[in-house]
Design a protein around this ligand. Structure first.
Ligand code: FAD
Length: 396
């Protein structure tokens, strides 16, 4: 059977685009189906969210040849400061103590999306855009994918389809793969603030009575804010005037950075843990948010999705060296087994963070406060925290 592509990637966003870039030096015939035009993508407010990138993520982006071009727009995290509002405990981590330049980096998602989109234009891979997948049927040798592009319906075939089409994945729906959903009944309010004092490459995580509040350095005097709280509290705060919102934020955060001023619109993101029940189906794999959508409090979503893409690219290259079928079920099953641990650990870790820290239940609040004090006095525990922050990129 003749095939249009060896590999068809559905979704050319952060994760799908990175996969295509990771495969650029292989002989694979790659197709990418992307729903949004550049103009539509640029108009999305979600592009303003800041991404905290773990050191491991930066290394992967460097290998993909895109980090060098965006590094100047990213802000290194050299210090992490964790505190609990109204309590004594706080802890600090410093990159210098580890003999490294940065514990992680912060970048506006759109900057990375733009760079990936730009790089995709120069690939041999065929970009089918704007187009949406509307049908999918796996056969013994290939998958046939029906794509709607304008008024046209295209039938594309590929040995393997990789769904990287985000949390609302059409591919997952077409395959009728169920999802496990845990609704945290919380919303992350995301915005930016200008600060009076120099942020000095510091990421702040503060546990407030409303919920955890992260301030990530964007510029010398500008931070990205992610404030997670119960849906109802978020609705109320989102409907406040800018000045009332800022006053609430200032009270919750304190004056670690002097007076703060709102520097962008506020957006609310409802928080859910969504995990597809299967990572693979006949000749189809789910990666990135199409597979797992996790709470942004831990800043892990893209870091995890990029590890999916990087590992898959590595496995596909090995497979190619032996000239073997890249969509074979046994191969996909091995990929799935190999990714399970990272996925389970990351989800478990994020979930534990939320349970421990999104609470004002007194015994737990005291325990976390004691933990922060102990952490500051106990170098091995701090080292462990730093190792997580660097390798897995959680916002702590
Ligand atoms: C407030 C907030 C803060 C966050 N902070 C962090 C952080 O600090 N660190 C971190 O690592 N992660 C963070 N994340 C998570 C991160 O944004 C996601 O994990 C990441 O965007 C997932 O990338 P993706 O490519 O899988 O999905 P997406 O970014 O959603 O991309 C999906 C792509 O598929 C396309 N598409 C969709 N449907 C179709 C279709 N039917 N056909 C063709 N194309 C389609 C879309 O247009 C898009 O280009 C945060 C998320 C939020 C909401």
């Amino acid at each position: 059977m003749s095939r249009d592509f060896d590999l068809l990637i559905v979704g050319g966003g952060l994760v799908g685009g990175s996969l295509a870039l990771a495969l650029r030096d292989t002989p694979l015939r790659v197709g990418i189906v992307e729903a949004l035009t550049e103009t539509q993508r640029l108009a999305l407010a979600a592009g303003d969210r800041a991404l905290a990138l773990a050191r491991g993520t930066v290394q992967i982006l460097d290998r993909l040849g895109i980090w060098q071009d965006v590094a100047g727009k990213a802000m290194p995290i050299r210090h992490i400061h964790v505190s609990d509002r109204g309590r004594f405990g706080k802890t600090r981590l410093h990159a210098g103590e580890k003999g490294i330049d940065a514990l992680g980096q912060v970048i506006v998602a759109r900057t990375l999306e733009d760079r990936i989109a730009q790089e995709l234009q120069g690939l041999d891979a065929e970009l089918v855009c704007p187009a949406r997948v509307i049908g999918l049927k796996a056969g013994p040798e290939a998958v046939c994918v029906t794509v709607k592009k304008g008024d046209e319906c295209l039938n594309l075939t590929a040995s393997l389809v990789v769904a990287a089409d985000g949390g609302n994945s059409t591919v997952r729906k077409l395959l009728e793969i169920e999802q496990k959903v845990r609704d945290y009944q919380q919303t992350a309010i995301v915005t930016e603030v200008a600060t009076e004092a120099d942020v000095n490459f510091t990421a702040y995580e503060r546990f407030t009575s409303a919920g955890p509040l992260a301030l990530l350095p964007l510029e010398r005097r500008k931070c990205s804010v992610v404030w997670t709280m119960e849906n109802q509290d978020a609705d109320e705060l989102l409907s406040e005037s800018d000045s009332n919102f800022t006053a609430n934020l200032q009270t919750a955060f304190g004056y670690w950075l002097g007076k703060i001023q709102l520097a962008s619109k506020r957006q609310g993101f409802p928080l859910k843990l969504i995990r597809a029940e299967k990572m693979a189906d006949d000749r189809v794999l789910l990666i990135g948010n199409a597979m797992h959508q996790i709470h942004p409090v831990a800043g892990q979503g893209f870091n995890l999705g990029l590890r999916d893409a990087a590992f898959l690219a590595e496995q596909l290259s090995t497979r190619l060296a032996f000239n073997e079928d890249i969509g074979e079920n046994a191969f996909l099953a091995r990929y799935v087994r190999a990714r399970q641990r990272d996925l389970a650990n990351t989800i478990h870790f994020t979930d534990s963070l939320i349970r421990a820290f999104c609470t004002d239940f007194p015994p737990l609040a005291l325990a976390r406060n004691a933990a922060l004090v102990a952490l500051d006095c106990f170098p091995p525990a701090k080292r462990l925290l730093a190792r997580h922050a660097m390798g897995y990129g959680f916002r702590l």
